[in-house]
Design a protein around this ligand. Structure first.
Ligand code: SF4
Length: 252
């Protein structure tokens, strides 16, 4: 059974060599280093999960959310260079949560919250993803929302990912998902797509094609890209020399 996630497929598309290091050679444990933005992002997601799971709408205040973030923060403080660096990331997190309480309708309770969900496409393929939340729309259909804790960049947006999340939620909740969005928490920018049956079917076909390509792959060619700078596998990457020259020249 091949377990495909939008994250995994995107990694293969961006750099097959990185995909190989991670999913075929299983070198994450050895090479993956904690990153401040990942630690901060995880805490924001977990605090928002606690916020909705533990509080009734009338109790959803910024002060309660801040307390939940601080509690989560103490569980993992890895990846920060110094105390000052950690404080800087903490302020970023608090700012986005303040904006969240200010802009989001606190009366709405999501029908699904932060967790891993999957669908079985056929006996050889599962698609899985971490769903941040799904809300019910006025017509009874669902809206999937994926929180982003970094600023909007076109590279962070994938309509395919949104459509796959919509498929996963629709199958799990047994009702249609008609909209899927990224919500960029630092700036409150939205990127939304309407979901149609045709697009959903096309997305599944695309995943099947990509998975077949991965199954047939022999080369796993390293492909220099904008993420090389933060790639944990750079020290062992066969294209390391080329990547370093490109980074030095400001091309990546
Ligand atoms: S450093 Fe760049 S080219 Fe090398 S594995 Fe990482 S992402 Fe791929």
């Amino acid at each position: 059974m091949f377990k495909a996630s939008p994250f995994k497929l995107r990694m293969y598309e961006t750099c097959p060599q990185q995909y190989k290091f991670s999913y075929i050679d299983h070198l994450d444990k050895e090479y993956k280093k904690p990153k401040p933005y990942l630690t901060m992002g995880a805490h924001v997601h977990n605090a928002l999960k606690d916020f909705y799971e533990q509080l009734e709408p009338e109790d959803r205040t910024y002060e309660r959310l801040e307390k939940m973030l601080r509690k989560r923060w103490l569980e993992n403080r890895k990846g920060f260079a110094t105390r000052e660096d950690e404080a800087k990331w903490g302020v970023k997190a608090l700012n986005m949560l303040r904006l969240f309480v200010h802009r989001m309708d606190m009366q709405v309770t999501p029908v699904m919250l932060e967790d891993y969900y999957d669908i079985e496409v056929d006996p050889t393929l599962k698609i899985l993803g971490r769903i941040d939340r799904a809300d019910q729309l006025e017509d009874g259909t669902l809206h999937v929302i994926d929180y982003k804790t970094g600023k909007y960049t076109p590279d962070d947006v994938s309509n395919l990912q949104l459509i796959l999340y919509a498929l996963i939620v629709s199958a799990n909740q047994k009702r249609p998902v008609t909209k899927a969005s990224y919500l960029f928490l630092p700036t409150w920018e939205w990127h939304s797509v309407d979901i149609s049956q045709e697009e959903a079917e096309a997305a599944v076909d695309l995943v099947k094609e990509q998975v077949e390509q991965i199954r047939q792959e022999k080369e796993f060619t390293p492909t220099p890209n904008t993420y090389c700078k933060s790639c944990d596998y750079l020290p062992i990457c066969p294209a390391r020399a080329q990547v370093e020259v490109m980074i030095e020249a400001g091309e990546l």
